[in-house]
Design a protein around this ligand. Sequence first.
Ligand code: NAD
Length: 272
Amino acid sequence: MSFGISGVALVTGAGSGIGRDAAISFAAEGAIAVAFADIDLAAAQQSADKSVEYATNPAYCPLAIEVDVTDLESVERMVAQVVEIFKRIDYSVNSAGIGVREPKTVVDVSMEEFDRFYRVNVLGTMNCVKVVAGAMRHQAPLRIQGRNGERHTGRGAIVNMGSANSYMATRDIVQYTTSKHAVLGITRNAALDLASDGVRVNTICPSWVDTPMVTAAVNGNPELSPLMESVLPFKRIAQTEEISDVIIFLCSPRASYVTGSDWVVDGGMTLT
Ligand code: NAD
């Protein structure tokens, strides 16, 4: 099944984990260009180089960009660079984020740590939505033919990275839980604000995914692996591809009537 991906993608956090796999998936699904943005430029470049192996569009062009999503000016520079080179941004995935390495109770967590999560996961998402949507709403929609005539593709699609912790709490990670609850609020309000501009905004909410973030969390807390298995109905964490496929769908014309929604891709964890 083709998702009808043909335009330009910008993915933050593309140097690692979910962002890296999602960005490479855009190349594999037919994007003409993918911008791999990360605070770690070398990692972004590595992902961009790898994507060439999977690209299916003969005109495919990857670009690695250094960005600190906590810094509005850095985000503005990133978006300006993508628009200058590729003329538009059709799909935007905000995967840059941080996870907890040293769990602490709500009493013991330092406010500096709380603020760090706020800046990367909340402010970082907000900066990217604000600046990318500002660029998207001035561009012409992509034209895609459907079975019943031209599809309503809109002017762009944004996917923000929530978590199962957008809905639930896990002991000793209040800074993460709070930040991921806030991502839902950004998505919902942005979706309402931007619907008349033809820009869709959705959140994806995974449980545990096999990425360096999870490896770091497990290394800091050896009891985590058995705990994960006990709360995951499939008894396994997700592969990055299982998250990317839903991200691609949400950005694609197949999801043209989907906005403001939360896509829980958690293997049933929040049912338990
Ligand atoms: P990861 O650590 O593998 O990748 C995160 C990337 O974000 C890294 O390349 C890092 O350099 C980049 N980054 C961090 N701070 C940045 C900043 N200020 N500016 C730009 N880039 C920055 O993590 P991951 O597991 O792929 O997680 C990606 C997103 O998915 C995060 O928002 C995370 O909270 C969310 N998430 C992950 C899981 C999971 O189990 N892995 C589950 C639910 C949600």
